[in-house]
Design a protein around this ligand. Structure first.
Ligand SMILES: Nc1ncnc2c1ncn2[C@@H]1O[C@H](COP(=O)(O)OP(=O)(O)O)[C@@H](O)[C@H]1O
Ligand SMILES: CC(C)(COP(=O)(O)O)[C@@H](O)C(=O)NCCC(=O)O
Length: 320
């Protein structure tokens, strides 16, 4: 179409797909899901609709499968040229977005779907909350109310973890965070043993903040290690609603556990719990979203734009 008068064509580095356009790409996906596999996926999170898995996440993992295959071929070409076999180096996918937007659910669906492909069966999932400073350290620094903000993470440790994974080390250790105790679990760890793919999920994975709490700044970012990155997005009002709904669900389940950091919230009425969740959302998570997370959206290779009921309404794929 021609341009008229004041009309300006704005450049976007993304190709935009409506839900229907994206869903139609499903036809190009050779794999279909068996009933048993659909059941397994439903077991991961019973809230997730199976239509959503088939129409959105299946085409997405087909795209990722093609990208991983292409990277594996390039890697083989380099080592054929060098005359060696090279270490096995995992393909790394980063998943970013607000607290409660559905990052961990998205990561688990993608992990389950990607591990069905023969050229990359071993897919590990690591969350960046394991790289938060322990509560006692956050308290010492007076930043307990800043959990999830850039300064609450040991970014240096996270970067060393990724560098070790990308250099093909046979075993790399990641620390573990518990949402129940609201703290790092010193007795637990994840061992990453040269998988085909590593999915790294967290609010901070596309951040480029150089602040490392007064330490010498690092010239390398977490996302430098990514082969592909995804930002899960939705209107803030929807994310707030999902945060409050999750908080209410936890009030009836996990918060009842005496070990839960939020055990005191188990006895709240529904209305009191709403107010508490809203306060935590506004004072911590919404602030973090506006200041530190949303500004990283345009760095992603792919954006999943969700609407009501977590339904993906648009997909943006980076073309350059
Ligand atoms: N695709 C989805 N369909 C339905 N519910 C979802 C979906 N993704 C996430 N949820 C729900 O939204 C809430 C937040 O999801 P979660 O994956 O825990 O978010 P995050 O890891 O970003 O904090 C949870 O209650 C989860 O059950
Ligand atoms: C540790 C987190 C930043 C991790 O976020 P997630 O990966 O679960 O989206 C978040 O769960 C959190 O604890 N935020 C602080 C405020 C709150 O309790 O919700």
């Amino acid at each position: 179409m021609g341009q008229t008068g004041t009309e300006k064509r704005t450049f976007s580095p993304y190709i935009k797909f409506s839900r229907d356009e994206w869903r139609n790409l499903r036809k190009a996906t050779p794999l279909t899901l068996t009933e048993a596999e659909l059941e397994t996926l439903h077991g991961l999170n019973e809230q997730v609709s199976l239509t959503e898995v088939e129409e959105i996440y299946l085409p997405l993992t087909r795209l990722l499968n093609l990208y991983v295959g292409a990277t594996q071929s390039l890697y083989r070409a380099t080592h054929e040229f060098l005359g060696d076999t090279g270490e096995k180096v995992p393909y790394i996918i980063g998943i970013a977005g607000s607290v409660a937007v559905g990052k961990s659910t998205t990561a688990r669906i993608i992990q389950a779907l990607l591990s069905r492909w023969p050229n990359h069966p071993k897919v590990d999932l690591v969350t960046t909350d394991g790289f938060l400073y322990p509560n006692r350290e956050l308290e010492r620094r007076g930043i307990m109310h800043r959990k999830g903000f850039p300064e609450s993470y040991d970014t240096r440790k996270l970067i060393h973890f990724l560098a070790d994974v990308k250099s093909g080390k046979p075993e790399v250790i990641a620390p573990v965070y518990s949402h129940l105790t609201y703290d790092i679990v010193a007795s637990e760890q994840i061992v990453v043993r040269q998988p085909d793919i590593v999915i790294l999920e967290g609010v901070n994975v596309l951040q480029t903040s150089r602040s490392t709490n007064g330490a010498k700044p690092m010239n390398v970012f977490v996302s430098d290690f990514f082969d592909f990155s995804i930002y899960v997005d939705a209107q803030e009002a929807l994310i707030r609603q999902w945060y409050i709904e999750r908080f209410q669900k936890l009030r009836e389940t996990a918060f009842r556990d005496k070990l839960s950091y939020f055990h005191r919230y188990a006895s709240l009425t529904v209305e009191e719990a709403n107010q508490t969740a809203l306060r935590i959302w506004e004072e911590i998570n919404a602030k973090n979203l506006r200041e530190n997370i949303l500004p990283t959206k345009q760095r992603a290779d792919l954006i999943l734009q969700k609407g009501d009921h977590h339904m993906v309404e648009q997909v943006y794929l980076r073309k350059i």
